[in-house]
Design a protein around this ligand. Sequence first.
Ligand SMILES: O=c1[nH]c(=O)n([C@H]2C[C@H](O)[C@@H](COP(=O)(O)O)O2)cc1CO
Length: 149
Amino acid sequence: MRMYFCGSIRGGRQDVAIYQRIVRKLQEFGLVLTEHVSHADVSERGEDVELQGDLAIHDRDMQWLHTADVVVAEVTQPSLGVGYEVGRAVDMQKKILCLFRPSSGQVLSAMIRGADDGSPNSFVQVRDYAEDEVETVLDTYFSTFSSTV
Ligand SMILES: O=c1[nH]c(=O)n([C@H]2C[C@H](O)[C@@H](COP(=O)(O)O)O2)cc1CO
């Protein structure tokens, strides 16, 4: 399984430790295309733009997104890039799991929460979770995933 993980970079790196937990768990299920999102040495300036350039980052990520079987987005720390990726993935009719921590005090955008119509078959599933249950939430989602893909 090919997975595209979304997490804030220029939107702020305060949740990088939880991104690492998510990516480690996802790697039990298959290939995480965007592992770099969880790297502690990627600062909120982003990847090395002098090497890559924003156009190259965007085009590489959109190519990966096209090839992904599933998208997992940690959406607690608001990020324009994550919102864009989720929107593009909806348009590509990808299965998308959005993970949100209410304990952050943030209120999730209606454009993300409202993309889940509440049915178990919705392509977009939004899950509220507490940090210490993240692995269980992923186990539960992926246990049903293979039978619905
Ligand atoms: O350097 C980068 N590399 C990269 O892959 N991204 C992608 C992956 C992340 O899920 C998302 C983060 O967007 P933002 O930087 O707006 O928070 O965009 C974003 C940046 C910087 O915007």
